[in-house]
Design a protein around this ligand. Sequence first.
Ligand code: SF4
Length: 250
Amino acid sequence: MKLARLKGKPEIFYTIQGEGKSLGKPSLFVRTSLCNLHCIWCDTDYTWNWEGTSFPHVYDRDPGYTKYKKSEWIEEIPVSDVLEIICGYECKNIVLTGGEPMLQQKELQELCRALKKTDSTYWIEMETNGTLLPEKDFDLYLDQYNVSPKLKNSNNPEKLRIRPEVLHYFSKNPRASFKFVIDSRADLQEVLDIVNTYRIKAPQVYLMPQGTAAGQLAEKRVWLVEICKQYGFNYTDRLHIHIWGSKRGV
Ligand code: SF4
C-alpha cells in the first residue's frame, strides 16, 4: 500500500486526535498518500501536490515552496509490515487518514481485517473527504467515519467535491460525523445547504476553523463558536496546531 513518507519511513505515529468527534483521544495515525481532491489550503499537500501538476496552493506564495517529487514522498509498504508496526504500539484507537484513504480500500480492508482478527477491541476511524463510497466488505471493519465534505473555499470544482450518493450514504450512517472546514462567515450558507439537502442532524456536524497557525484559528474561533451555538452544531478546534504548530508526525 502507499503511505506518506516521513524521514524515510511510513508516516505512522502515536498522538492525540486533534480534530472532530474524538478530539483529545490518544490515537495511532496511519497516513495514506494520494488524494482525489486538491484543496488549496491542504496541510498534507505532500500526499498529492506533485511536480508537473497545475493545482494551486496557498503555499505557492511562500518563498522556496515547490511541488513534491512523487517518488520521494510515497512509501510503498506491504500490508503485513503496516500491521506489524501498528501492533508494536499499545494504542487500540487507529485513525486511517490521508490524503484520501478511501482510494486504497482494498489494502486497508486487508489491514483492518487482520487488525480485528488480532484484537477485536481495535477501534478504527476512517477520515474521508466524503467523495467515495466504502465497499460493503470494508465498511464491516470501520467503527467511525470522520467525513469532511469540502466547500467552495477548498477551490475544488463542485462536481468533484460534492458526490450526492456518497453524502446520502453517510448522512444515514450512525457511525458518521461531518466536519466542515470554515474559512469565513460566508461559508455558513453552504454548510446549511448541505445539512438540509442530505438531512444531516445538527449533533453530527462539527465546524472547524481553517488555519495552520494558532493565530488564524484564534481569530476565526470567536465568531465560529457563536454560529455553532446558534445552530446546535459542535465546534472543533485543531488541537495539534496549538500544541505542535504545523510539525509533521506528532
Ligand atoms: S481532501 Fe484532505 S487530503 Fe485531500 S486535498 Fe483536501 S484536505 Fe488535503
